[in-house]
Design a protein around this ligand. Structure first.
Ligand code: NAD
Length: 480
């Protein structure tokens, strides 16, 4: 039976009118995608999702292309507002990160259909949308994560309610405005990406509990990953890292030094994948440090290290029970005021003036120093000397803390490289390159800013945000 196109259009409009939530009809976004409360943000995203469902895959890809172009064209403006608002990172590096998210996040081509044919007919498994996804994003990559999650989640057929870090709300507003306007200009629905005007932990929790949110994706520290995993909903957690970089005696030392400083100082060490501590086999330690200094690092020693510790970390005393006695134990946390600051600014705080081309502070410390143990997210790279590769691997595994996030190694010994990769069990393992090669900068493969170690999806992409749906046709469509 042939149903005329006009009749199909009429039915679709009627269905859409019935599905349109009453709330959505009343609420107008303050900025494209920005609503005054969680319910409005979810309802508007739900309506947008239903509209997206009526579009073809080719049209969906057109929307993705429009998002890419708009994000790329506005990469500088987004980088500038992010640095101004959060007080973290480097504009030049954030421009690259925005461009990377715009260009190298997979789109609809990432969705693959599986099929089986045989005596009993044809079976298909297609990647379908979830619906409205709740995505919680970090202050360290505010626009990058929205661009990346936005492209991947819409390519998979979903709409998204973002819950950004409150300290990055203006950056998030602008990112949403740019992407939503591009989608609408390309003929797509309004409000595929939404958020609330006043993001907060309370608003994030309300969003997580909202029945309209079908799936949660958290990119951030351990607290938010735990929160989404306790939500009772399908959840993806992309959590903290503390990536070690090992250098053994077979490495190309000048190149290793250049790569490590480039990776660990990129966006002032904000990326979760950035080298956070360097473990070097003693016989090549001095040579490595010499080349790091030539590559833009400033070496501090002795009292300078103690002074810096007092500035960038906070000290707490905990009571630890040992048998029948309770003993005090010192522990350290990061002083957030120094996260993502320039090396020049950090050194100034301990009375050292350096030119602005100094990108990183390096220092030799013991393996249990707080700079090694904690995820600093500052351009401060502690260096620990060890006697051999066995000790390097053991320490690398220990200080990665089982995050299973990222590790890096510089070596020409295939056995050593293989041993560390197998021992550390990280989602990303970069050999002989800067850490960012692992997310598609100077390394093969696509980009993501949501690396799901705790829940195992790895480097997320459009297919991560889909449901597998099987359709079986019995006794037909077989041509042999
Ligand atoms: P954060 O954990 O403080 O905040 C991340 C987001 O979660 C923010 O939007 C915040 O408002 C929200 N949030 C925090 N605790 C919450 C709770 N209990 N309930 C609901 N929402 C909560 O982290 P940050 O400082 O914004 O970002 C840095 C951290 O994120 C680092 O630990 C870094 O390693 C990690 N990170 C991981 C990835 C990854 O892909 N694995 C990417 C970027 C950053």
């Amino acid at each position: 039976m042939n149903i005329p196109n006009e009749v199909i259009s009429q039915i679709v409009s009627q269905v859409m009118a019935n599905l349109q939530p009453q709330q959505e009809k009343k609420s107008t976004p303050l900025i494209p995608g920005v609503f005054s409360n969680v319910n409005q943000a979810v309802e508007a995203a739900k309506y947008a999702y239903l509209q997206l469902r009526t579009l073809s895959m080719a049209k969906r890809e057109e929307l993705i292309q429009a998002m890419r172009e708009a994000a790329f064209a506005n990469a500088r403006e987004l980088a500038e507002i992010a640095v101004r608002e959060t007080g973290m990172g480097r504009v030049s590096d954030k421009i690259l990160k925005n461009q990377l998210a715009a260009r190298k996040t997979p789109g609809t081509e990432d969705l693959k259909t599986e099929s089986w044919t045989g005596d009993d007919g044809l079976t298909l498994v297609e990647m379908g949308a979830y619906g409205v996804i709740g995505a919680i994003t970090p202050t360290t990559n505010p626009s990058e994560t929205i661009i990346c999650n936005g492209i991947g989640m819409i390519a998979a057929g979903n709409s998204v309610v973002f819950s950004p870090h409150p300290t990055a709300k203006e950056t998030s507003f602008l990112t949403l405005k740019i992407l939503n306007e591009a989608i609408v200009a390309a003929g797509g629905p309004a409000n595929l990406l939404t958020m609330v005007a006043e993001p907060s932990i309370e608003a994030a929790n309300e969003m997580m509990r909202h029945p309209g949110i079908i799936m949660l994706v958290a990119t951030g520290g351990p607290g938010v990953v735990k929160a989404v995993l306790s939500s009772g909903k399908k959840a993806i957690g992309a959590g903290a890292g503390n990536p070690p970089v090992i250098v053994d005696e077979t490495a190309d030392i000048p190149k290793a030094a250049r790569d490590i400083i480039a990776g660990s100082s990129f966006d002032n060490n904000l990326p979760c994948i950035a080298e956070k501590e360097c473990i070097v086999v003693g016989s090549v330690a001095d040579e490595l440090i010499t080349h790091m200094r030539r590559s833009g690092a400033y070496l501090i020693k002795g009292k300078e290290i103690d002074d810096l510790l007092k500035v960038v970390m906070t000290e707490k005393e905990e009571k630890i029970a040992e048998g029948c006695t309770v003993k005090p134990k010192k522990s350290y946390g990061i002083n957030k005021a120094w996260v993502g600051k320039d090396a020049q600014v950090i050194l100034k705080a301990i009375g050292i003036d350096v030119p602005s081309d100094v990108r990183a502070v390096i220092c030799e410390v013991e393996e249990d120093h707080p700079f090694v143990v904690e995820e600093l997210m500052m351009p401060i790279l502690p260096i620990v000397q060890v006697k051999n590769i066995d000790a390097a691997i053991a320490l690398g595994v220990k200080v990665e803390h089982g995050n299973r996030h990222t590790a890096i190694m510089h070596s020409k010994n295939v056995d050593n490289l293989t041993r560390f990769a197998r021992a550390v069990q990280t989602t990303i393992f970069v050999k002989n390159g800067p850490s960012y090669a692992g997310i598609g900068v100077g390394g093969e493969g696509y980009n993501t800013f949501t690396i799901a170690g705790p829940t195992g999806e790895g480097l997320t992409s459009a297919r991560t945000f889909t449901r597998q749906r099987r359709c079986v046709l019995v006794d037909g469509f077989k041509i042999v």
